[in-house]
Design a protein around this ligand. Structure first.
Ligand SMILES: Nc1nc2c(ncn2[C@@H]2O[C@H](COP(=O)(O)OP(=O)(O)OP(=O)(O)O)[C@@H](O)[C@H]2O)c(=O)[nH]1
Ligand SMILES: [Mg+2]
Length: 268
């Protein structure tokens, strides 16, 4: 049993999914937040997280040396991660090649949705596991290598708790919260919001039908992570998608700038 979250990580399978795959679907109070992970079995927990971090650092090093922007999407089940990815892969005007790693306990449904856009997709099934870890990403990248100067989207297992604490070596974590889930989630599940560079408030087309106070949600999120960027969008009506595209463009530019600065310092 995983000491952090209760999953055991057994029976993990990785499967590249192609568009032409013969397989088909079967189918406020304000407060200061300090991130803490309370582990009773301290030795085991420490080594588990340390081992994950070591591989994550290696992933990050390899990705950044090849100028690959890696975005790790976290959310509860059904907040709209795959829908946003599918829309992004078809609508985002960027010359950068993309590929996707999908994490779910079971099925290849999401990788099949991604592959239908013509984008390389690899499905990781975690079995009883409730999060991706850095070793899974390392294996996935060996099976489906990413090209230089590209964007790697990683859709984590739908879960707002455990994925937050497992560094994959990504450039940024992005947390998605749909308006149907309630505006207090940043306070109830703070780790995901603390570690994310960006919070996406999704399904804004439903705002008239649910009690979701956007201002309060933003206030809660900033009480956990003062620097978090926020984008509101709807895949259904298209509002806010250009903000998301601009954010991605900006991250690619930042990566390229960091690379050229490093090259200059190496050469000089
Ligand atoms: N109204 C509305 N529905 C949406 C929007 N985005 C996604 N959905 C719906 O929300 C449901 C879940 O969407 P997914 O994209 O599968 O969510 P997910 O986060 O990938 O789900 P898991 O991978 O199972 O965690 C689907 O029925 C989508 O059609 C949106 O912007 N507005
Ligand atoms: Mg999904």
């Amino acid at each position: 049993m995983c000491t952090t979250c209760g999953c055991d990580g057994e029976k993990i399978t990785l499967k590249p999914v192609h568009a032409t795959s013969p397989e088909t679907c079967a189918h406020a109070e304000q407060r200061v937040y300090t991130p803490t992970t309370t582990l009773r079995k301290l030795d085991v927990g420490t080594s588990l997280m340390a081992a994950n971090r070591a591989v994550a650092d290696d992933n990050r090093d390899k990705l950044s040396r090849r100028n690959i922007l890696a975005i790790n999407l976290l959310s509860s089940p059904g907040a709209g991660k795959t829908s946003l990815l599918v829309k992004t892969l078809t609508d985002w005007q960027s010359p950068a090649p993309r590929q996707v790693i999908e994490g779910d306990q079971q099925t290849a449904h999401d990788a099949e949705r991604i592959a239908s856009t013509g984008t390389p997709a690899l499905q990781i099934n975690t079995g009883k596991g409730c999060h991706l870890d850095s070793r899974m990403i390392q294996s996935a990248l060996q099976m489906q290598p990413a090209s230089d100067n590209s964007v790697l989207f990683i859709e984590n297992v739908g879960n707002l708790v455990c994925p937050a604490n497992f560094d994959l070596g990504e450039t940024h974590k992005v947390v998605i919260l749909s308006v149907a889930e309630g505006d207090d989630k940043p306070l109830k599940y703070p780790d995901a919001f603390y570690h994310a560079s960006l919070m996406i408030i999704s399904k804004t087309d439903l705002l008239n039908y649910v009690d979701f106070d956007v201002g309060r949600c933003i206030q809660y999120a900033r009480s956990i992570n003062a620097g978090i960027k926020i984008i509101q969008l709807s895949v259904k009506d298209g509002s806010g998608l250009s903000d998301w595209h601009h954010w991605l463009d900006h991250q690619l530019e930042a990566l390229q700038q960091a690379e050229s600065t490093e090259m200059t310092s190496r050469d000089g």
